[in-house]
Design a protein around this ligand. Structure first.
Ligand code: NAI
Length: 232
């Protein structure tokens, strides 16, 4: 089985990825700021914590690492004019710096065939709300493509998935208007379950995607594909 590190593992999409990896016979090492019996404490913004994890995994008996899934994410529901520099910086730190630090710490432990998956967002594919979150997810696309370029010669793949509205604790507090608009905008006319995102992440982690790198897969029920057109 594959050995994969998953951030944001305590909740939502990250928890679903951990479960899917284990169902497929792999080993998932779950990380989150919220630790539990099954999830190790690690703040993705903490470079020293990443180094400590890398040292521990390198010294362990389990051999090379096969994957990293960066799921941990933060949002900040502020409109333009209300975004503080502090909040903007914090969203970038979790959504962009975190995945960068994960790449830097863990890809040295990986060999050919390993795979990194970034969880972006529909907000990375279009103008979206809120603004600081959208900016961070577009930046994550740049990180995905640049890292794929640098790690390609070592046989390490880097890809992104872009979920639409997924039923998780993050969207529990979404306004009814935003939820309804999201359902209307999706060609499939519904929201997603976290398992539906985890399945695509697992595809990108695995051997079936061995020639896929620097790619982005929307998992958004068709929302980004139709430019707002309505079926008649
Ligand atoms: P969630 O809120 O259920 O889970 C996010 C997890 O990340 C939480 O357990 C949280 O503790 C953890 N986390 C936050 N900051 C962290 C940090 N600094 N270090 C370590 N862990 C941290 O959210 P959900 O919905 O599962 O989101 C997962 C990813 O999917 C995020 O990157 C989010 O932006 C993205 N996404 C979610 C969508 C949705 O509709 N739920 C849509 C598009 C993208």
């Amino acid at each position: 089985g594959r050995r994969v590190v998953v951030t944001g593992a305590a909740s939502g999409i990250g928890a679903a990825v951990v479960e899917a990896v284990r169902e497929q016979g792999g080993t998932a090492i779950g990380l989150d700021v919220r630790a539990s019996a099954d999830v190790r404490a690690l703040d993705v913004r903490d470079e020293a914590a990443w180094s400590a994890l890398a040292e521990e995994l390198a010294d362990g008996p389990d051999g090379p690492l096969d994957g990293l899934v960066s799921c941990a994410g933060a949002t900040w529901r502020a409109r333009l004019g209300e975004v503080t520099a502090e909040a903007f910086t914090q969203v970038q730190a979790v959504n962009v710096l975190g995945p960068l630090l994960g790449l830097q710490a863990l890809t040295p432990l990986m060999g050919p065939g390993a795979s990194v998956v970034h969880v972006g967002s529909l907000a990375a594919l279009q103008g979206h709300y809120p603004v600081a979150y959208t900016a961070s997810k577009w930046a994550l696309r740049g990180l995905t493509h640049a890292a794929a370029l640098e790690l390609g010669p070592r046989g390490i793949r880097v890809n992104a998935v872009h979920p639409g509205f997924v039923e998780t604790p993050m969207t529990d507090s979404a306004s009814p208007a935003f939820r309804e608009a999201s359902v209307r905008a999706a060609s499939l006319g519904r929201t997603a379950r976290p398992e539906e995102v985890a399945a695509v992440v697992c595809f990108l982690l695995g051997e079936a995607a061995s020639y896929v790198t620097g790619a982005e897969i929307p998992v958004d029920g068709g929302t980004s594909s139709h430019g707002g057109a309505k079926a008649v």
